[in-house]
Write a protein that binds this ligand. Structure first.
Ligand code: MN
Length: 707
């Protein structure tokens, strides 16, 4: 085995190498070649040398932040590609060239001319990932994330080379500025480590996780490492006591084997401590043992695993719920092993993994392990394709237990941003905390102004719903829907807030009373003077008067006569107040505002009562003159949450009652949910009927008209 970092200075420098740095670079390259020659791949040394020269020339003069010549990075990546991923010349060349398109003046065409389409494709793919969802410019337009991965994995080597690139960057992260370290570490934890896991590269996964953990939580990392070291001696003693009889049985049965006392990785210990809120000392499976046996006959592999299993049943108590047979049914990523947990000395549970040598190598190295069992293979052979197709297949048809990609590969690479998708698969970057309404405004102002609700995986969500990375959001709009002051609370982005404010200002042309001011009007304690001024503001033009400046006022309304309300008219001859939203048929009070328009409140509305006491002279008697027009009503619901209840409510309202939902707000706390919706309807009676029907839905405990 060769050391990852070391370059052998004893190797002869290639011709023309003069400076010390040149020598270091050439030595690193020779080490790479040595690894390649020792692998089972066909020996295509020439093209690798050509790629090295090309990359060296392209990155000439460039340095990494650590100060070393830049070319050492692609060489190290290529070395990971051959040594740790088991890939061949095509991937090695692509790794050597992986930063050329992005960082130098050379283009894809240059690479294609020199190395052919296949290598150029991989290099370009890696460049795209770097600049794409995984990279700095995360706002790239792509299809859905899954589709994005699929498109990138046309050649799985794109992802593997990128993985090697990331691994090397993580190993050398120390030389970067802390904030950059933090960002890269976060990305690694959320994207690359799960991806490595999915690809079966568990060794790389653990290394990435531990490195990321080390940079994200240096203090905690140190503490755990210290504890692991402190407890090492004791742990070894326990394990040794535990395995001694097992060794004897294995020897007697003629097994060739290796027993490794395995320590959980620092990161997985940390995760367990956090998740279960337990101290280091209580993590029982810190104790873990792996039995790896040499197996000369594939047909006996499974049987031998179970034979070894029986050795553990003798004299040990097994944990009944912790037997895992990944031998008969391998994990989606190809992992195979038999797991059990047995009671060891001092009452410590010890996790045991039983694996053949081949199983072990596949578990540690993933794809790379396959090369071990083949001679003189080259990368283009079918095994790579088969493996790649499996991955693609899983990506295309994710199953809950197989590859829940969107769950695992969290997209919140940076804590301040989230990524969401439109139904067509366009990717949008929004600040964390963004709601459905923010998304609507981010796409287009008109969409925002008429947005009613969102739909996320077939579920209706209100405008105020906070989006999560990876959500695919369909926006439901209606032309009759317009912003109301409370929309200001439904959004997070400056863009949405500005647009809504502008709209409201234009519509009302007055300042809107804040809820506190409304409250003050309605409280008897506030002074007459204060009320007067507030009400004056309210009456100046409290509704969306469509009149522009200079336009004629409506004819003066005769306060002494009964004012007949015509809700059926295209433009009703009155306005309704949003504080109580009266419907045709309701008992209402009419107020005449400064524009000589009649404004309606419900008789019992507290604001109306105050208005009455202060501005009695503006009161006008009203009478309903028709009742088929549509008006806004609100309904409040309480019930026990259950799957599908929302759909049933929506179905009842929009299909059975043919009512257009204008807005919907749902809040749940544990199993109880509360829902408020507003919609257009014709009569108060109809709303009462709706409430009656809603009460018949299973789980609904309370349904009534609001206001
Ligand atoms: Mn790179």
């Amino acid at each position: 085995m060769t050391d990852n970092k070391g370059y052998s200075p004893f190797l002869q420098p290639v011709e023309g190498a003069t400076s010390y740095e040149d020598k270091v670079v050439d030595a690193a390259f020779r080490d790479l070649l040595k690894c390649y020659v020792e692998s089972n791949h066909r020996k295509k040394v020439e093209i690798i040398e050509k790629a090295f020269k090309f990359a060296k020339e392209a990155h000439k003069g460039a340095r990494r932040r650590s100060g070393e010549p830049y070319i050492l990075h692609p060489i190290a990546v290529a070395r990971i590609v051959v040594e740790e991923l088991g890939l061949g010349s095509t991937s090695i060349c692509a790794a050597l060239l992986h930063d050329v398109i992005e960082d130098t003046a050379y283009t894809r065409e240059d690479i294609e001319i020199a190395f052919g389409k296949r290598i150029a494709d991989i290099v370009e793919g890696v460049t795209k990932i770097s600049g794409g969802i995984f990279g700095d410019k995360a706002s790239v337009q792509a299809e859905s994330f899954r589709k994005l991965l699929l498109s990138m994995s046309t050649d799985i080597r794109v992802i593997l080379v990128k993985m090697a690139d990331r691994l090397h960057n993580m190993r050398t992260l120390g030389s970067l500025r802390p904030e950059k370290q933090f960002k890269i570490a976060g990305e690694t934890l959320y994207v690359y480590a799960p991806l490595a896991h999915r690809l079966g590269l568990s060794k790389i996964k653990y290394e990435l996780e531990d490195l990321a953990f080390k940079y994200e939580h240096p203090q905690k990392y140190r503490e755990i490492i210290e504890k692991i070291n402190e407890t090492e001696e004791h742990r070894e003693a326990i394990v040794e006591k535990f395995v001694t009889p097992i060794r004897r049985m294995l020897d007697e049965a003629g097994f060739k084997y290796e027993i490794k006392a395995r320590v959980k990785s620092a990161y997985s210990i940390y995760k367990k401590m956090e998740n279960k809120k337990i101290p280091f000392e209580e993590i029982y499976d810190v104790y873990a043992v792996r039995v790896i046996f040499e197996n000369d006959d594939d047909s006996l592999e499974k049987l031998r695993c179970w034979q070894i299993y029986t050795f553990f049943t003798e004299g040990h108590k097994l944990h009944p719920e912790r037997l895992r047979d990944w031998v008969s049914v391998p994990k989606a990523n190809g992992y195979r092993a038999l797991h059990l947990t047995a009671m060891g000395p001092e009452g410590k549970w010890i996790e045991v993994q039983i694996r053949s040598r081949k199983m072990d190598e596949i578990a540690e190295l993933g794809y790379a392990a396959h090369w071990k069992y083949k001679d003189g293979v080259n990368e283009d052979e079918t095994e790579l394709d088969t493996w790649m197709n499996t991955i693609k297949d899983i990506l295309a048809h994710p199953e809950p237990n197989a590859l829940d990609f969107l769950d695992t590969i969290k997209l919140n690479l940076f804590s301040t941003e989230i990524y969401v998708f439109t139904p067509k698969g366009d990717l949008l970057t929004l600040p964390k905390g963004a709601t459905v309404l923010d998304m609507a405004f981010a796409i287009h102002s008109q969409l925002g102004l008429h947005c009613m609700a969102g739909k996320i995986s077939h579920k209706l969500v209100p405008l105020s719903h906070e989006l999560q990375s990876g959500d695919q959001v369909e926006l439901i709009t209606s032309n009759s829907r317009i912003p109301t002051p409370e929309w200001m609370d439904f959004c997070h982005t400056a863009k949405a807030k500005t647009r809504i404010r502008t709209f409201l200002k234009k519509a009302n042309n007055v300042e809107i009373l804040t809820p506190e001011e409304m409250e003050r009007i309605a409280t008897p304690e506030s002074s007459q003077e204060e009320k007067r001024s507030l009400v004056k503001r309210l009456l100046r033009n409290p509704f969306s008067s469509k009149k522009k400046k200079g336009e004629k006022k409506s004819p003066k309304i005769d306060r002494g006569k009964v004012f007949r309300l015509y809700p059926d008219d295209k433009e009703p001859n009155y306005h309704i107040e949003t504080c109580c939203s009266p419907l045709p048929g309701d008992e209402v009070l009419g107020f005449v505002n400064e524009d000589e328009e009649v404004v309606l409140h419900k008789v019992e509305c507290p604001i109306a009562m105050r208005l009455k006491s202060v501005y009695g002279s503006r009161l006008v008697m009203t009478e309903w003159g028709g009742s088929s027009s549509r008006f806004m009503a609100s309904v409040e619901l309480d019930g026990i949450d259950r799957r599908g209840i929302l759909e049933e409510i929506v179905d009842l309202v929009s299909h059975k009652f043919d009512i257009n939902i204008r807005s919907m707000n749902i809040s749940t706390s544990q199993e109880v949910f509360h829902c408020e919706m507003s919609f257009f309807t014709d009569t108060a009676e109809r709303v009462d009927n709706l409430c009656e029907s809603l009460l018949h839905l299973k789980g609904i405990k309370f349904a009534h008209r609001k206001g």
